[in-house]
Design a protein around this ligand. Sequence first.
Ligand code: ASP
Length: 443
Amino acid sequence: MKKLALHWKILIGMILGIIFGFIMNSVDGGKGFVTDWIKPFGTIFINLLKLIAVPLILASLIKGISDLKDISKIKSMGIRTISIYIGTTIVAIIIGLSIVNIVKPGTGMSEETISKIENTFKGNADVMIGKAKITQDAGPLQALIDIFPSNIFFSFSDASGKPAMLQIIFFALFVGICLLLIPEEKAKPLTDFFNSLNEVVMKMVDLIMLTAPYAVFALMANVIIAFDDTSILIKLLGYAVCVVFGLFLMICFYMLLIKLITKKSPLWFLKQFSPAQLLAFSTSSSAATLPVTMERVEEHLGVDKEVSGFVLPVGATVNMDGTSLYQGIAAVFIMQVIWPEGLTFTNQLVIVGTALLASIGSAAVPSAGMVMLVIVLEAIGFPAELLPIGLALIFAVDRPLDMCRTVVNVTGDATVSMLVAKSLGKLSTPKPKEWDDNLDKVI
Ligand code: ASP
């Protein structure tokens, strides 16, 4: 019998998780059961993905750079990557702003609805504002300073266990370039080491992915039990549909680029890459999805390691097209509801600039986009006293929209890696590996 493809298994896991979540929502003690007995399996899965992210970035980037054999290629790859990332992000913001200005989902919301939403979510909004304050208090060049680590072991994990991706990328580039600058026979032991580490981590991705259909079941059931007040969700439907439609247009835009520039079939791309998209949707985190994104792009889409090892980790950190599209729509929606006088053309231009910077500064974790929205709103002089109400307004639908925008974030990274690979002649026929390719030799 033909084996069911991984993306179908994950999809079935997600659908069953959603159904199970709804059933548990309606039975006594169901929510507690999901939190205590189901959610932990989703958490374990995300932990495993995060566990391998750092060794994966280190190994694949160091190996990739040392394979390039030519330092000038690093420069051209860097310039192409960053320029295309900025280009796609600007397209995303413009799509978002166009939709929200045409549809105007924020006009006509009643005072009663606004105050109901405010009362329900003001506490959550305050937490977001508090988090944004920490970012704002930093000096203007802090983001630059933060790229250069003083101790690489601290970069692997901060106090809360989060790795500093850009610092690790910098370190890996530094090591990779120095490996190119020393005689080949001296470099060989270290390149062999990272090559082997890379193979091992890729195998780990394959093994972890065997559990993905079960993990997404747990993650989706947990998402569903968090929703109870559907009446508010319905009031925000217009806004949510605008975001989802914009995200859909963004995926169409990527597929057009894939077709026109790489000459590959968009359907083939989606089929190969869908497991990463489904995980992005279930975890709401491009950072947690990164190992799977890398495995899919290298082994199933045919992008050489030297390109994917650089473009994808950088993209997971700085390229968030879905997030910036959402920020454009959310900022204008909030203004339409509670600050219509702020809806000027200049303010919308400021939104393009700040949403671009905010997407670079957003962490690749759930809800990061909403924290950075505070900075976008403050840049246009949004009244401070209205800020908690503004954020409260969109909080109820943030999680489902976060899931959708994370899909776009990872698809954007994969698309750009295909474009950069094509332009450097580094796109080849994919050679997918299975978890059990070598199994018969060891049992
Ligand atoms: N959750 C998103 C990501 O990880 C970031 C965001 O938009 O909140 O890509």
